[in-house]
Design a protein around this ligand. Sequence first.
Ligand code: GDP
Ligand code: ZN
Length: 299
Amino acid sequence: MQHSEPLVIATYSRRMRLQLPGGEQVGARIKGKRLRPVCGDRVLAEPIEQEADWLITAIAERENELTRPNQRGQAEVMAANIEMLVVVAAATPEPDWFIVDRYLSAAEDIGAAAAVVYNKTDLDVDAPSTAQALDEYRAIGYPTLRCSATTGAGIEALGLLLAGKSAIIVGQSGVGKSSIINRLTGVEQLTTATISKKRGAGRHTTVNSVMLELPGGGRIIDSPGVRDYAPALVSLDRVGQGFREISSAAQACRFANCRHVREPDCAVKRAIDAGAISARRYESYKRLLNLTKKLSTKL
Ligand code: GDP
Ligand code: ZN
């Protein structure tokens, strides 16, 4: 899509980097204290006289926003206008498929596509549950892909999957997200540490978030704060919508507000008994439902 507004491609607390519609990149400040642009935002901005910086005066309406709870339990926006969530799991650390399911449900919640990437195939130590989990994701329509950031296997296919999209990479710490990004972009990315060092001691200009251009087209957001975040919980009624196969089977439940736990005539439970819905995914659903119930006073 052709956009006429500048795009936020990096945030360093209150400083931003913008890509102008012509491709040029400029530094920017934000007008006022209330405006909180994030990577992926389209903004209104104008050059500041006698300065290299631009001034961001407004944020264009967002297609969606990815949020996580901050320390006070409020949702904090981390990135905007996400078209695809790339959820990474790996041979090590041992995959936690519940975490993958939770990210996938966050993608459903914001209306973004999602893909499951299984990294470190070179280690050749797949648990038996891995192939099954990946098959299950594929069966419900999520693209899945095996890769090795070390050997480069599968990275080209991942590039094709991301072509033309605005994506963000998430997953447990240590699964290889930064290694995958380095492979995809072909360059070693500046880490938070190297950037603050460059700016000199005493100035904390840590990168919150960067949006990197991919050689095959498309962009991927890399954000230390997003990488292994826990997605914000949705309201109880919406947990089921995060599991697309449960949400579609639920159409046939007797009760419109069926939570698929103890209700009679539940189409979801029938589908699980028939093997049409994965029992493992259903366990994830119940776990997220319980987690949400426990914390629902905050929602
Ligand atoms: P992140 O925390 O998800 O960003 O993970 P990193 O990219 O920092 O990688 C964590 C560790 O896994 C590092 O020691 C990497 O060298 C290693 N690693 C990443 N990708 C692969 C891979 O494909 N194969 C192997 N064997 N190790 C990998
Ligand atoms: Zn039901």
